[in-house]
Design a protein around this ligand. Structure first.
Ligand code: MV4
Length: 448
């Protein structure tokens, strides 16, 4: 096991990683920007080191500064959290070249999954169901028109370097396709410096269901069920739950085994998430994420595991601490993302936390690095906490969430908390009856 881990992130995930390290008796180094000198995880860490000014490009994305920080502190491994450098293959590779361990997958797998065309082709080859579409990239309008005619409209043009919804264009007819291709290409070129695009059948009312995977370097690969992340706004997840209200235990086992088998064939290491669109009882692979995800705690709640601890164990060459047969989901979990944003317009609202009261009680977990008197800096993502509720059933989980929302107080900045109080009273939410467009439609209906 490592003696010392450097945490190359901030906010609630930096604290989450720090807690896992402490539970394992591993010393911690908080690498932080000047804007985060007063952060809770910096105070709780064994050591801290400033890696640059507020701008993320000069601090949390500054690879030379992070390597130097490891050398100065004697940290042997780096946990990148999510965002920032967590899915930069180059970072994983450079750490390795410096004799340091990247707590995450191998650089080759990060690179492979970063190319959405290669990722899809790989998954298809390994027996994972994928969305019907072009085989590889699209080179001409004629090719796109032929593929689209074959599978039928509407179709979706996606960027190979995309993900998270950027560089996507729907074409509802052959007339619309050339323009959709040109726009998607131009946006992809501007956003990613790569104009490669591919074509898929456009699914009109799917759910977003993702499967959690874990692999160690001893050939053990397991799945930890799914998370339903359909409740999104502008490609930002708002509320996630596990298990998905849409799946049966038999469907869970089947898709879990399918993806575990694919990952085993790849020789993957660490935590991974396979994202699917799910419509009319069928799964369609869209992307794979090679990081720990924001919503990992809902999986931790129902499987009673510490996923960050497992990331650290397998990065150190140890075995996973569980086998597939040990993993039995219990009950239901829901996560609410608390953002410092206007709950109606979602405009970020950084500033001073004047008063803070944490909720508590059985089945209530709050992952947050805020405290009374903390000033949320304006430079980073507006996520300030996650409220994770666990109960025996979905109905009890919603009741318990209602209780926790009635207890929590965050004063001084606007947050998304009022949104959840409304959402949990909605009949569709209570019934688990929602797709990826539900939240945007509901928000639009609220402002009319
Ligand atoms: C799709 C789709 C419909 N059909 N692909 C959006 C982000 C990226 N990860 C994939 N996305 C989508 N891909 C096909 N073939 C609809 C979306 C999509 C979406 C997916 C998940 C969650 C929210 C979404 C909101 C809008 C569109």
């Amino acid at each position: 096991m490592f003696d010392k881990i450097l945490i190359a992130n901030r906010g609630e995930i930096a604290l989450r990683i720090l807690r896992a390290c402490k539970d394992m008796g591993v010393r911690t180094v908080a690498a932080h920007s000047t804007a985060d000198a007063e952060a809770m995880h910096v105070r709780f860490a064994d050591e801290s080191i400033c890696i640059g000014p507020p701008s993320a490009t000069q601090s949390y994305l500054n690879i030379p500064a992070l390597i130097t920080a490891c050398e100065l502190t004697g940290a042997q491994a780096v946990h990148p959290g999510y965002g920032f450098l967590s899915e930069k293959a180059e970072f994983a590779q450079i750490l390795e070249e410096h004799g340091l361990t990247f707590i995450g997958p191998k650089a080759e797998h990060i690179r492979l999954m970063g190319d959405k065309i290669a990722a899809k082709e790989t998954m298809r080859r390994l027996g994972v169901p994928v969305v019907p579409g072009s085989e590889g990239g699209i080179d001409s309008d004629a090719e796109a028109l032929a593929v689209a005619a074959e599978m039928g409209y509407p179709v979706l043009v996606k960027a190979a370097a995309g993900g998270g919804g950027r560089g996507m264009k729907v074409a509802r007819s052959a007339e619309e396709l050339p323009r959709a291709l040109a726009t998607a290409r131009a946006e992809a070129k501007a956003a990613f410096g790569d104009d490669a695009v591919y074509l898929e059948k456009y699914l009109q009312k799917p759910r977003h269901i993702e499967v959690q995977l874990f692999a160690d370097s001893h050939g053990n690969v397991v799945h930890l069920g799914e998370r339903d992340c359909s409740l999104q706004r502008r490609h930002q997840k708002v509320m996630e739950e596990s298990p998905s209200p849409a799946l049966t235990p038999a469907q869970r086992e089947e898709i879990g085994e399918t993806v575990a088998s694919a990952i085993r064939q790849l020789g993957y290491l660490g935590a991974g998430t396979i994202e699917f669109l799910y419509e009319d009882g069928r799964f369609y692979f869209i992307e794979m994420n090679t990081r720990i995800q924001v919503e990992h705690p809902v999986t931790e709640a129902i499987y009673d595991v510490d996923l960050v601890r497992e990331q650290i164990r397998v990065a150190a060459g140890e075995k996973l601490s569980f086998r597939q047969k040990d993993l039995k989901p219990r009950g239901h979990a829901i996560e609410c993302r608390i953002n410092a944003e206007n709950p109606k317009t979602f405009v970020p609202n950084p500033g001073l936390i004047k008063y803070f009261h944490a909720p508590g009680g059985l089945g209530v977990r709050l992952d947050s690095a805020i405290y009374e008197g903390y000033r949320i800096p304006p430079y980073y993502d507006s996520l300030i906490g996650k409220l994770i509720i666990h109960a025996d059933s979905r109905a009890e989980c919603l009741m318990r969430l209602r209780r926790a929302l009635s207890e929590i107080v965050v004063d001084g900045v606007n947050t998304t908390l009022p949104l959840f109080e409304e959402l949990i009273e909605n009949p569709d939410i209570q019934a688990g009856d929602y797709d990826i467009h539900w939240l945007e439609r509901w928000l639009a209906s609220q402002t009319e």
